[in-house]
Design a protein around this ligand. Sequence first.
Ligand SMILES: Nc1c(C(=O)O)ncn1[C@@H]1O[C@H](COP(=O)(O)O)[C@@H](O)[C@H]1O
Length: 168
Amino acid sequence: MSNPTVLILMGSDSDLTTMEETARVLTEFGVPYEMHVSSAHRSPAKTSKLTREAEGRGIQVIIAAAGMAAHLAGVVAAETPLPVIAVPMPGGALNGVDALYAMVQMPGGMPVATMAIGKAGAKNAGLLAVQMLSLACPELRTKFVAYKTRMAEEVEEKDQALQAALQK
Ligand SMILES: Nc1c(C(=O)O)ncn1[C@@H]1O[C@H](COP(=O)(O)O)[C@@H](O)[C@H]1O
């Protein structure tokens, strides 16, 4: 397997079932990735090391997933010039809305690309990473265009099934 180009960080192993969706997308597109549990709150030194060393190891995009007071993505963005995609995790008393606000409301000058809460966001994080990487990789771009075509075909099949059911 070639060197990972995407680094996935998650604040806890309790985020893994959601973030497996990101891993699934990257695997589908043949994008090598690396995944770690690392918390800006609970293991700041580890998070800082992983983030600072990422670019030198060939990582091009970092995906940071966290729930509750989700500082992980912002802290990571502060320590790297690489683009950071944030995925708010569901759970806790506010079921991910707290994490969404923490991630999306970054101060000016410190962007993180924040996805939807939960599995849809995890899926889109993988797809956005693919789109970013495909800017410099025509083969990946071709795969992404084929993915979109397939998706449109699936919608068409569903509509045809609906139309057939309505005519009965
Ligand atoms: N938001 C953060 C950070 C961080 O931002 O550094 N570290 C862990 N967490 C989040 O705390 C939630 C509960 O974690 P536990 O399930 O381990 O108690 C998880 O969703 C995690 O991402």
